[in-house]
Design a protein around this ligand. Structure first.
Ligand code: ADP
Ligand code: ADP
Ligand code: ZN
Length: 224
């Protein structure tokens, strides 16, 4: 039995550092949902909702969608039944304002953050990772042309559909996203460090080594 009544984790780090990849591994290991605001926004874009159309314009320029919009999505999501045992938040919070909203939401639900995992990777490696990132338009599975290629190099292993590159994984947009990260998201590193929640992981290692370092930081007590 877990020591944690509910295990609430935040994945922090620059775009392309491997937050989503690690969040998926952790989600399976601890059997708690992977909640990604980027995935939720892309789903809105695919469904051509009003919110999605508005968000797409901002995302394609590498900007941040408004705090109100993403916080409303997170509030609704965390209140769902499957999140009762905890969540792995990926891509949220991304601003100090969002961090404060998250505090309020968790307090309301009678929960607290267990760890904030900073997956850090130098800027030049980020460009390599995002340049080679491809995903399945159907199931959303994420690949890398060199580091984690599909079996035939082109199609999703699960769906057999041709992989695509995200619209915002272009060089000019990547540069803008990095600027946004350093300006708006990096202040969260200090905020969570001061609270004693931050764990810094060297994200430039291979995927298995990164996972091992994170699991180690969360501690054996989180295992079922
Ligand atoms: P990355 O792979 O760069 O970490 P995500 O998939 O998390 O990207 O997010 C893609 C885009 O969605 C961001 O560049 C931003 O425009 C928007 N987005 C995602 N999460 C947030 C958030 N918490 N606040 C504002 N915008 C967000
Ligand atoms: P984020 O969610 O932080 O934007 P992703 O998890 O989507 O990042 O990873 C970005 C790209 O880098 C993907 O193509 C992924 O397959 C690849 N990747 C993730 N972690 C590693 C790693 N440790 N080593 C090499 N490539 C990685
Ligand atoms: Zn697929």
């Amino acid at each position: 039995m877990s020591m944690y009544r509910s295990l609430n984790l935040v994945m922090l780090g620059p775009p392309g550092s491997g937050k989503g990849t690690q969040a998926k591994f952790l989600s399976e290991r601890y059997r708690i949902p992977h909640v990604s605001t980027g995935d939720m926004l892309r789903e809105e874009v695919r469904n051509r909702t009003t919110l999605g159309l508005k968000a797409k314009e901002i995302m394609d320029q590498g900007g941040l969608v408004s705090d109100e919009i993403v916080s409303a999505m997170i509030l609704k999501r965390l209140d769902q039944e499957d999140c009762a045992r905890g969540v792995i938040l990926d891509g949220y919070p991304r601003t100090v304002e969002q961090a404060h909203v998250l505090d309020g939401i968790l307090a309301e639900l009678g929960r607290a953050l267990e760890r904030v995992i900073l997956v850090d990777v130098p800027d030049e490696e980020i460009v390599r990772r995002l340049g080679g990132r491809r995903s399945c338009p159907k199931c959303g599975k994420v690949y890398h042309l060199i580091y984690s290629p599909p079996a035939d190099g082109v199609h999703c292993d699960v769906c057999g559909i041709e992989l695509v590159q995200r619209d915002d994984d272009k060089e000019e947009v990547i540069r803008q996203r990095l600027i946004q990260y350093h300006e708006k998201t990096q202040p969260l590193v200090e905020l969570y460090e001061q609270r004693g929640l931050l764990v810094e992981i060297d994200g430039s290692q291979d995927m298995e080594a990164v996972t091992a370092a994170i699991v180690d930081a969360i501690g054996a007590s989180a295992d079922q």
